[in-house]
Ligand binder design. Structure first.
Ligand code: FES
Length: 99
């Protein structure tokens, strides 16, 4: 009788940890970039005026144009860099909403 090992002759390769990813925040976060786009990350949906969602190809971070020059609106295509768009945003409080 031949001994049959309980384990395979070759052990399975250990799992290789994938590159660490920064988890997207649960709620959307919008960063107003200096001289650039709005960067949106987290849990969000972008819809057109009829409420149809844009397909984002699995992206969880996206940049929306705020210079008005993108050929791929509403998304930033980097054109702002070539046209001198300048805005140095700083967070501030809006006045109270009029009722
Ligand atoms: S902000 Fe990038 S193209 Fe407009």
């Amino acid at each position: 009788m031949t001994d049959t090992p309980d384990t395979p002759a070759t052990a399975p390769a250990p799992e290789t940890p994938s590159a660490p990813e920064t988890p997207a925040p649960a709620e959307a976060r919008i960063t107003v970039s200096k001289n650039g786009p709005y960067r949106i990350e987290g849990n969000f949906t972008i819809v057109d005026p009829e409420g149809n969602a844009y397909g984002l190809g699995g992206r969880t971070v996206i940049s929306l144009c705020r210079c008005g020059l993108s050929a791929n609106k509403p998304f930033c295509d980097g054109t702002h860099r070539h046209h001198g768009f300048m805005d140095d945003p700083a967070a501030r409080d809006l006045p109270p909403k009029a009722s």
